[in-house]
Design a protein around this ligand. Structure first.
Ligand code: TYD
Length: 280
C-alpha cells in the first residue's frame, strides 16, 4: 500500500486557514466521491477539475460543529449529511494543538489565557507532546493506510511561533521534531501569509466574538504584541524560502476564493504527481 498524502495548512492567526481547510476538504470529498464507481449514466464532476464554482457540502465558517473542533472525537472522516463513502475511507482532518482526546486537554492548557505564566520551553514541549500523540494515534496510522491527511498546523507552527515568536530558534525545534516526531515531513504545506495588520485584526475580532459566544477563552496567543507576530511572520517566510519544494506560499491580501483556487491548484498538482488521479 503506498503511503498516503500528508498536507498541512499553516499561517498566521486570522489568515483564514480554518475556512480554507474546510473548503479544501469539501473539494477533495466532491472529487473523491465522483471518482467512485457510479450508477450507469449518473453525471459527476471530473475527478481533478479545478473549476470549483459550486462545491457541494461546504460548511460555512459558522455552520455547525467543526470537524477540527474540540467536540470532534472522531478524526476519521468529516461528519455531515452528505458524507460519502470515499471520505470515510480516504480523508482525515486534524488540527494542532488538539485532534486527540489527550491533545484537546493539552490544547486547553496551551491556549487558555490563565496559562500566561507558561514558560516558553514548557510551551514548546507541550506543542510537541500534543504532536507526538497525534502522530502516533491518528496521522501515522492514516498515512500507513494510504489516506489523505489534512492537518491544520504542524511543526512549521512551532518553528514560527516558538522558534521565531518566542525566539527559541529553529535548531531546537527541528531537533525536537527529529527525536519526538520521527522527523515526519508533510508532502505539501500550504502557507497563508496575509498582511500582518489584516490577519491580527481578524484574529482578535474573531476571538472576542467566540469567547463571548462559547465562554471558552483561547486568547492567550492573540494577546501577544505585534512584534511577536512580526517575528512569527518572518520565520514563516524563512521556512518557505528554505523549503520551496514542500511549501507553497500564498501571500498578500487575497479573497477567500482566490486563496481557495491557489490551494486546489497546488493540491491537484500533488495528487497527479503521486498518481492519485481518482483518489483511490
Ligand atoms: P487556534 O485557535 O487553533 O488558532 P488558529 O485557528 O489560528 O490555528 O490556536 C492555535 C494557536 O497556537 C495559534 O495562535 C498558534 C499557536 N501554536 C503555536 O504557538 N505553536 C504550535 O506548534 C502550534 C501548533 C500552534
Amino acid at each position: 500500500m503506498p503511503r498516503g498524502l500528508f498536507i498541512t495548512l499553516e499561517g498566521l492567526d486570522g489568515s483564514g486557514k480554518t475556512t480554507q481547510i474546510k473548503r479544501l476538504a469539501a473539494w477533495l470529498k466532491e472529487r473523491g466521491n465522483a471518482s467512485q464507481p457510479k450508477e450507469p449514466g449518473a453525471p459527476g464532476p471530473s475527478p481533478l477539475g479545478t473549476g470549483d464554482r459550486q462545491p457541494v457540502g461546504i460548511p460555512g465558517p459558522d455552520s455547525g460543529p467543526s470537524p477540527l473542533g474540540t467536540g470532534d472525537r472522531q478524526p476519521a472522516g468529516i461528519p455531515g449529511p452528505d458524507s460519502g463513502a470515499w471520505e470515510k475511507k480516504n480523508l482525515i482532518l486534524i488540527r494542532q494543538p488538539g485532534g486527540t482526546a489527550t491533545g484537546d486537554r493539552i490544547r486547553s492548557l496551551l491556549l487558555d489565557s490563565r496559562s500566561a505564566a507558561l514558560a516558553p520551553m514548557a510551551e514548546m514541549a507541550l506543542m510537541f507532546a500534543d504532536r507526538a500523540q497525534a502522530i502516533s494515534e491518528v496521522i501515522q496510522p492514516a498515512l500507513d493506510d494510504g489516506k489523505i491527511v489534512l492537518c491544520d498546523r504542524f511543526t512549521d507552527s512551532t518553528e514560527a511561533y516558538q522558534g521565531g515568536g518566542r525566539q527559541l530558534g529553529s535548531a531546537a525545534v527541528l531537533e525536537l521534531h527529529r527525536v519526538l516526531c520521527s522527523n515526519l515531513q508533510p508532502d505539501l504545506t500550504l502557507l497563508l501569509l496575509p498582511p500582518l495588520e489584516l490577519a491580527l485584526l481578524r484574529a482578535r475580532r474573531r476571538n472576542r466574538r467566540e469567547s463571548a459566544k462559547t465562554g471558552q477563552d483561547e486568547n492567550r496567543f492573540e494577546q501577544e504584541q505585534d512584534a511577536f507576530y512580526r517575528r512569527v511572520r518572518e520565520k514563516y517566510s524563512e521556512i518557505a524560502a528554505r523549503e520551496p519544494a514542500r511549501v507553497v506560499l500564498i501571500e498578500g491580501n487575497l479573497s477567500i476564493d482566490e486563496v481557495h483556487q491557489r490551494i486546489i491548484a497546488a493540491v491537484a498538482e500533488r495528487l497527479l504527481a503521486s498518481g492519485r488521479i481518482g483518489f483511490s
